[in-house]
Design a protein around this ligand. Structure first.
Ligand code: HEM
Ligand SMILES: [Cu+2]
Length: 639
């Protein structure tokens, strides 16, 4: 045990133990969750910008009927890359960025449970993202949409490497997702600070935990489907090909039994961001914590049983369709619980209208609109009219931008002081929000109308007598307005890195643990590992129902090498001291070897693929070699 302030020599020892070496070596070898979290955030925002440029290009082509700005084949590649980028390379990784950075700080620990796996999952994400993009400059990018239906994507109809890039690229990215999810699950179960029992965790942790468990089940279905498609295309198997007795619908089942849980993985953590950060701006705890936490888990459980709502138009038996229609409608219940909890928190609180609050309030509105259009498409009879029209494009953007992008941007403003030590500018922030919010609704609300008028999705142009030219021009103007709001946001962010007001540890007067350490936090996160007694460790003095007091000034020092405390899964009772690994080049090496493997498979260079695989195995063997103790006088301790 030690108390804060920890004496200078011990503190320096902690910093020395945990800090990453400077220079190129440190940059490649770091396993610090904060650096990895920032890398996830930056990379996913770069992908957001790429996907945004693709979207704007589509919107120029659609601004008026019969334009020839893009050829049909270019249009196909761009909408497919836009969907793939946004869904796979932006929306989940950006949330992993928040969770990577914040979890150990929120949970009171020194790092994730498996720091090297964490580095590995980042490198795999980066390299598989590059892999998915290699086709675009060659005019050979994936062109079958983000759900890539067979038989369009079989080798008969799509003979180039476009679809091989999709299939191999998503298997590649899937490794990153699974590795990252396993790490989150173990981190949650084993490395919370003593006393941070399961009912005291922030909702973001509930959201990412639920998403991670779901990913462990969902991603293998996608990897399998992609592997089977790759075999069909390259080795003449017939999993999906009718001529050999295969089943095209099998692709849709496999894809959507992954795809629907995945869309919840894209929103539950960001709903968690709102549940944690919105109350700070209402000056009160979240209303209905337990209900919201359970609603998070329930949504995902039901979410595994609704995938057929993407397949209402495939001629399945009516009984099956009724079942999945009902299940999809029931999912509105847990979502509504969360919405009521947020509204009640605002209603009974004393709202402070700072920029993050605007994003979270805006999010609630967009969530409700997206929920209503979701309810409409969940009803099978109506969906037969709406499917494959712009109505669905409107729905999916209300859900994805409303529930993912808006909370993400609000969360960036909220945690920016923790990441950087500085505040973002309020005035620029307000402008950016309103430009984005108005632009978003101008761009996407009219899509409901053109969809109902009969404009199909995924077409490169439309005839003038469909009568939707005016709406489409408005949509394009809205899209550019939205994009300029996002650019203004990013300008504010970059500018505030150097000129923003200095923040201090807790500029928003927030209740959770990450705000108890300095901004930005030191390499070891906390000088001592605190002992937690409530859900709001920093608000205990002002909340009436909190009797016990968390110990933020007395706790475990753990300064014999990289160590953190391991606790029991439910009650977080300390039971072991975990020795954490040092920085290492192995994650990067393993990711490079894996990339060699995948690029070689794509180019059909089997020998090089074999070498890449062998290199990956050798790296893994080295990975498992035990590390020497940093402090041999204090061998590993078990309590
Ligand atoms: C600048 C903002 C954005 C604009 C202007 C935009 C525009 C578009 C347009 C016009 C399409 C339809 C293409 C077609 O069916 O012909 C589309 C499809 C799509 N968008 Fe966006 N989008 C934006 C942001 C996002 C974001 C942030 C996400 C996800 C997080 C997203 C996910 C998708 C998906 C999944 C599709 C379906 C692709 C497919 O049909 O395979 N979009 N978008
Ligand atoms: Cu779905």
């Amino acid at each position: 045990m030690a108390t804060v302030p920890v004496p200078a020599p011990e503190q320096e020892k902690l910093v020395r133990t945990w800090e990453t070496a400077p220079g190129v070596y440190g940059w490649c070898a770091t396993v610090d969750h904060k650096q990895i979290g920032i890398r996830y955030l930056v990379t996913s925002i770069v992908f957001l910008l790429l996907g945004g440029v693709e979207a704007l290009t589509l919107r120029i082509q659609l601004a008026q009927p019969n334009l020839k700005f893009l050829a049909p084949e270019q249009y196909d590649q761009l909408f497919s890359m836009h969907g793939v980028t946004m869904i796979f390379l932006y929306a989940l990784p950006v949330l992993s960025g928040f969770s990577n950075y914040l979890w150990p700080l929120m949970l009171g620990s020194r790092d994730m449970a498996f720091p090297r796996l964490n580095a590995l999952s980042y490198w795999l994400y980066l390299f598989s993202g590059i892999f998915l993009y290699v086709g675009l400059p060659l005019g050979q990018a994936p062109n079958g949409g983000w759900f890539n239906y067979v038989p369009y994507t079989s080798s008969e109809y799509d003979p180039g490497i476009n679809i091989d890039i999709f299939a191999l690229g998503l298997i590649f990215l899937g490794i990153s997702t699974v590795v990252g999810s396993a790490n989150f699950v173990v981190t949650l179960l084993r490395t919370r600070a003593p006393g941070m029992s399961i009912n005291r965790m922030p909702i973001l942790v509930w959201g990412t935990m639920t998403a991670s468990v779901a990913n462990l089940f969902a991603v293998p279905a996608l990897s399998l489907a992609c592997f089977m498609l790759w075999l069909d295309r390259n080795f003449g198997t017939s999993f999906f090909a009718v001529r050999g007795g295969g089943q095209p619908l099998l692709w849709q089942h496999l894809f959507w039994s992954f795809g629907h849980p995945w869309v919840y993985a894209l929103v539950l953590p960001s709903m968690g961001i709102v549940s944690d950060a919105l109350p700070v701006f209402c000056r009160r705890p979240l209303v209905g914590y337990t209900a919201v936490a359970l609603a998070t888990v329930t949504t995902m459980v039901i979410g595994f049983g609704v995938w057929v709502h993407h397949m209402f138009a495939t001629g399945l038996p009516t009984m099956a369709i009724s079942f999945f229609s009902a299940a999809s409608i029931i999912i509105a219940v847990p979502s509504a619980i969360a919405v009521f909890a947020w509204i009640a928190t605002i209603w009974t609180g004393r709202p402070v209208f700072k920029v993050p609050f605007l994003y979270f309030a805006g999010f609630i509105l967009l969530f409700v609109i997206g929920g209503v259009s979701g309810f409409m498409t969940a009803s099978a009879a109506l969906d037969w009219q709406l499917t494959d029209t712009y109505f669905v494009v409107a729905h999916l953007h209300y859900v994805l931008l409303g529930i993912n992008l808006f909370p993400v941007l609000g969360g960036l403003v909220y945690w920016f002081p923790k990441f950087s030590g500085r505040m973002m500018d309020e005035r620029l922030g307000r402008w950016a929000f309103w430009i984005m919010f108005i632009g978003f609704n101008l761009a996407f609300f009219p899509m409901h109308i053109v969809g109902l008028e009969g404009m199909p999705r995924r077409i490169y142009t439309y005839p003038a007598d469909l009568g939707v030219g005016g709406w489409n021009l408005l949509i394009t103007i809205g899209a550019f307005m939205l994009a300029s709001g996002i650019l203004l946001f990013l300008y504010n962010l970059v500018r505030s890195l150097s000129v923003g007001e200095v923040a201090g540890p807790n500029p928003w007067d927030a209740p959770t643990l990450e705000w108890s350490t300095s901004s930005p936090p030191p390499p070891q996160n906390f000088d001592i590992i605190p002992i937690i007694a409530s859900r709001h460790p920093l608000w205990e003095d002002r909340l009436e129902d909190v009797e016990d007091r968390s110990q933020l000034t007395t706790g475990y020092l753990l300064d014999h090498g990289r160590e953190t405390i391991g606790t029991t899964p439910l009650d977080a009772e300390p039971n072991v001291i975990l020795r954490m690994p040092g920085d290492s080049l192995l994650p990067l090496c393993l990711a490079v070897a894996t990339s060699v493997l995948f690029f070689a498979l794509l180019s059909k260079l089997w020998l090089i693929a074999g070498l890449g695989f062998a290199a990956a195995l050798v790296t893994l063997i080295l990975w498992f070699a035990p590390e020497p103790l940093a402090d041999p006088e204090h061998p590993r301790l078990y309590a």
